[in-house]
Design a protein around this ligand. Structure first.
Ligand code: NDP
Ligand code: MG
Length: 390
């Protein structure tokens, strides 16, 4: 039996992971499940899967969790430290699907115990890619991509020589506002931004898809994961979201990965790696689909893509600043304090203020230093947001 833990079990990726694991209950021994506010789901899944422990990120919900688990023999815990500690519990395969920078510390612990880390939490690679990769190397742990684009690239690279790779193209649906007149973006509502044309995902990543902050993060994630130069990474708008990525080789060949927009493919691939096993996803009928569409991304519409390039050029901790500023700007938009286009302005202003400080950005990448930069960037982004909103 494979021991598995799922961090962010109550979210969109977590639930898709549980869907796959619950189909083969005899194959998995579930160690830890974590969530935050959704206590009922967390407790239900912990009971159904027979987990050893369930943890909520929220200290104020511990009693609720205990109540919900009463009589089950499943341990309950709460808080960020408890989540981090849960990642030290021996497991063979660990899903990292917490949203935001909160996923970093448990991810590092999972790598330290040498587990295979299925990484949906792209924020950890954006904030601390070098640290994640070094930790994996030192402890003999594997990181497998779960982001659909990166899973696609990973699969397209099997058996290939990285030296023959010219470019990596990740696709983007363009999100909710792909076809909106630019001048209307300032009036975009939360509800409109929370509606993805193709994918059913958590609210934060859905809004990040409309702003392309998600794709900007994925460009940085591509650089970290595959070790290519920034100039080798391209973004291509592909409204159907069926080609997830393409790898271009030095002989002109492009290897594309095509599949339905269903995260269970990428999750299942990471779960069964290095084997392929049948997955309950739709089989595409290409004749019925008829055609695929492509467009160049427009940086006036999606300034986040330009900011990602700046971050990669700056290097060091710029990724941690970028992610933290993005999280605060997104909070501001969700709370109705910032207009949609102001999110990118807040991130740009924060980067400008902090990236000039070499002592801050060029320090050694440790978990403590990342936390410090993350904290400062959040403070700066809050101050900048206030100014922008006012
Ligand atoms: P959701 O918002 O659906 O789920 C987030 C999960 O994290 C939930 O379990 C939530 O708990 C938990 N959580 C929220 N805040 C905290 C916190 N401070 N500490 C610990 N846990 C917390 O997100 P998604 O599933 O959409 O995304 C998860 C990750 O996967 C993100 O990094 C995202 O970028 C990435 N990803 C997602 C894709 C998708 O299709 N959804 C595709 C590719 C990548 P609760 O719900 O109980 O409050
Ligand atoms: Mg993706």
């Amino acid at each position: 039996m494979r021991r598995v833990s799922i961090f962010g079990a109550t979210g969109s990726i977590g639930q898709n992971t549980i869907d796959l694991i619950a189909r083969a209950p005899d194959a998995y021994d579930v160690v830890a499940l974590t969530g935050a506010g959704n206590i009922a789901q967390l407790a239900d899944d912990a009971r159904r899967l027979g987990a050893d422990i369930a943890i909520t990120a929220r200290d104020d919900r511990l009693e609720d969790l205990r109540d919900a688990l009463k009589g089950s023999g499943i341990a309950a815990a709460a808080g960020a430290d408890a989540i981090r500690e849960a990642a030290t519990r021996p497991a063979d395969w660990i899903m990292s699907a917490i949203v935001g920078a909160a996923g970093l510390a448990p991810g590092i612990e999972a790598l330290k115990q040498g587990a295979t880390l299925a990484l949906a939490n792209k924020e950890s690679l954006v904030c601390a890619g070098k640290l994640m990769l070094e930790t994996a190397r030192t402890h003999g742990a594997a990181i497998l991509p779960v982001d659909s684009e990166h899973s696609a690239v990973f699969q397209a690279l099997i058996g290939e020589d990285m030296a023959a790779v010219e470019r990596i193209i990740i696709t983007a649906s363009g999100g909710a506002f792909r076809d909106w007149p630019l001048e209307d973006l300032a009036e975009a509502t939360l509800e409109q931004a929370s509606n993805h044309p193709n994918w059913d995902m958590g609210q934060r990543i859905t809004i990040d898809s409309a702003s392309m902050f998600n794709k900007a993060m994925e460009v940085i994630e591509t650089r970290e994961f595959f070790g290519v130069y920034p100039k080798q990474i391209e973004v291509l708008v592909h409204p159907q979201s069926m080609i997830h990525a393409l790898v271009g080789f030095n002989d002109g060949a492009l290897m594309a990965h095509i599949g339905p927009p269903d995260m269970r493919h990428a999750i299942g691939y990471a779960l069964h790696h290095p084997h392929r096993k049948p997955l309950p996803v739709e089989r595409l009928d290409l004749a019925k689909i008829g055609s695929f569409e492509f467009r160049a991304p427009d940086e006036a519409r999606w300034p986040a893509l330009r900011l990602a390039r700046d971050v990669m050029e700056r290097g060091g901790m710029a990724g941690a600043v970028f992610n933290a500023a993005k999280e605060i700007a997104l909070d501001g938009f969700i709370a109705g304090q910032l207009r949609f286009p102001q999110m990118a302005q807040v991130v740009e202003d924060t980067l400008e203020q902090l990236n000039a400080d070499a002592g801050l950005i060029d320090v050694t990448m440790t978990l403590d230093n990342v936390a410090h930069v993350d904290h400062l960037a959040r403070q700066t982004a809050k101050a900048v947001s206030k100014k922008r909103a006012g």
